[in-house]
Design a protein. Structure first.
Length: 201
């Protein structure tokens, strides 16, 4: 579950801004938009923590999964329709999509970390949580690296760009992931915390 959770988001996370640059959007403009979002990245965790159900923290991740998938498709649509020079409303759309992505990503990260903290066995310190976090990070890095590796190699296949193919493939994978894992996640969150702990003989 943790290894595959990021596949649906990888094209939007790692390729969207690169594709905008390839289409002529100045790099400094994209960097400026990123700088504007830094306060959001700082404030979202504090805000989400106040309203989170500590017994079922991963519900936030699941509830934001579909919006995050839709966001990836919206980013793709914006990229393929961007005009040169970029109009003010297109910059507004880029900022809005980046803002929503930042909020969703931050909230999902907090929900995941809260779950890890809740189920970790305190008797082995931070080792348990570090293991879970390492697996989650590995999954995210593998998904993003795979996108970067595949995007140019898929260009022209079936008359489509690699970015287009990866976006649509990630959409399908995301839907399948949610259908398959939602019930499993509900079950895991319903377990007693001690069910996650390591017992010595």
């Amino acid at each position: 579950m943790l290894i595959t959770r990021s596949i649906a988001f990888a094209p939007a996370d790692v390729l969207a801004f690169l594709q905008l640059q390839d289409r002529g959007v100045p790099k400094q403009d994209i960097t400026f938009i990123g700088a504007l979002l830094m306060p959001v990245d700082v404030l979202v965790p504090a805000f989400v923590t106040k309203f989170m159900d500590k017994e079922r923290p991963f519900d936030i991740f699941i509830n934001l999964y579909v919006p995050r998938i839709v966001l990836g498709v919206a980013a793709w649509f914006l990229v393929i329709n961007i005009s040169m020079p970029v109009d003010w409303y297109e910059y507004g759309a880029i900022f809005l999509l980046a803002l929503v992505r930042s909020v969703c990503s931050g909230a999902m990260f907090v929900s995941m970390m809260t779950l890890f903290a809740r189920v970790s066995d305190k008797r082995i310190g931070g080792t348990y949580m570090t293991l879970l976090n390492t697996i989650a990070n590995l999954g995210g890095n593998l998904a993003q690296t795979s996108c970067l590796f595949a995007v140019e190699r898929l260009d022209g296949m079936f008359g489509l760009t690699g970015y287009t193919m990866l976006t649509h493939l990630s959409l399908v994978i995301g839907i399948v992931w949610l259908c398959f894992f939602k019930g499993i996640i509900d079950y895991l969150q319903g377990l007693k915390v001690t069910s996650w702990h390591v017992y010595k003989e």
